[in-house]
Design a protein around this ligand. Structure first.
Ligand code: PLP
Length: 369
């Protein structure tokens, strides 16, 4: 038997979703505020574009596309972001890009990941044999990761953040750009939730900060902004200034055969879809309803579909999760599932509908402030 990669065993994180599903078994009439998936259907505008593209494929053969994506979508995104089309790489999800990007770096690289954070940042590096440094996002720093005093080569940031729902302001990001320049480091900036930003002082792109193009790769997704979690389309911006553009092109050419034509046509339509904007607005209104009702100890939710709720004193995040489930029929996510600094919180998701939020708030009225 071939020797397996020993680093997989170093993943210590508890896989929480099967545990949660088990706990939900047999329970009826739950309000699910746990799920980080879309709750509204694909818009007719996007769906029509996909149908048209499918018809096109029945009229003429459309085979393999370019690994980096079709020029119709790359050009449209190039205009949207004001970057050259050659810096945009279409894929089937940020998850895939996160899994791949670490391959460009040496195993000796020092990796910084936000804690709590999206598990893929750290786990892909651990699987590749690297050690990671946690960048705590806690109440003490308003859930904003701070540049450390030690050296890092690669830093994973996410704004607005999952799970905290807190977004980084211009000055928060400026500190990181300064750090990256000083340390000759690279930032991987996960912008999966940027369409939820409402605050004026929160940039929608790290490239709004002068000098960021030489030290940051930015990742975007159609998943949460346009209901594409089941369709799969995302893109990474890899600026020439990083010196990594040709390397990423080579990696994609070798390991990826491209996002489906019909999905990219859907993504193109999504860029001009007003209904998608209304959907994002509706999720944000759900977040606001929860935030307004549940008091001062609830964070995020302004620029994000996620709320980060401090659990009552002397309870763990799992205990509060159980209480919400058993006493109130509400599903949340225990913060510990996103890393050790997530202890003491649960994540509520506003990927739901207003009637569901109203139902939840009636059940949670003991926590109303
Ligand atoms: N990044 C963050 C922070 C996420 O929360 C998610 C999904 O929940 C992803 C990336 C995955 O995005 P995609 O659906 O494009 O793979």
């Amino acid at each position: 038997m071939a020797k397996v990669n020993p680093h997989f065993q170093r993943i210590q994180r508890e896989i929480i979703f099967p545990v949660i599903e088990k706990k939900m078994e047999g329970k009826k009439n739950l309000v699910n505020l746990g799920i980080g998936d879309v709750a509204l259907p694909l818009t007719p505008h996007i769906s029509q574009a996909i149908k048209d593209a499918t018809t096109e494929m029945t009229n003429r053969p459309i085979g393999y596309g370019p690994a980096a994506g079709y020029s119709f979508l790359r050009s449209a995104l190039s205009e949207k972001h004001n970057v050259p089309a050659g810096e945009i790489f279409i894929s089937d999800g940020i998850n895939s890009d996160l899994a791949g990007i670490q391959e460009l770096f040496d195993t000796s690289c020092k990796i910084g990941v936000i804690d709590p954070g999206y598990p893929v940042f750290g786990d892909t590096n651990i699987m590749a044999g690297r050690d990671i440094t946690l960048l705590p996002c806690t109440l003490e720093n308003n859930f904003i990761p701070q540049p450390p005093s030690c050296h890092l080569d690669l830093i994973y940031l996410c704004s607005p953040g999952n799970p905290t729902g807190v977004a980084m302001t211009t000055s928060d990001l400026e500190k990181w750009i300064d750090y990256a320049k000083e340390e000759k480091a690279l930032i991987i900036f996960d912008a999966a939730y940027n369409s939820f930003i409402t605050s004026d002082n929160v940039p929608k792109s790290i490239y709004d900060i002068p000098g960021a193009k030489s030290v940051a790769i930015e990742m975007h997704s159609f998943s949460k902004s346009h209901g594409f979690t089941g369709l799969r389309c995302a893109y990474s911006i890899v600026p020439h200034e990083t010196g990594l553009n040709a390397m990423w092109q080579m990696r994609q050419n070798t390991k990826y055969n491209g996002c489906p034509y019909i999905v990219q046509k859907g993504a193109l339509a999504a860029l001009t879809c007003l209904d998608s904007k209304r959907q994002v607005q509706s999720y944000l209104e759900c977040a606001q309803m929860l935030k307004n009702a549940l008091g001062n100890e609830i964070f995020g939710g302004k620029d994000s579909p996620y709320l980060w709720w401090k659990v009552p004193e002397d309870m763990t995040s799992w205990q509060f999760f159980d209480l919400l489930l058993d006493e109130h029929n509400i599903v949340s996510i225990p913060g510990l599932g996103f890393g050790k600094s997530g202890e003491g919180y649960v994540r509520l998701s506003a990927f739901t509908t207003k009637p569901e939020v109203e139902k939840a708030l009636q059940r949670l009225n003991v926590y109303a402030h």
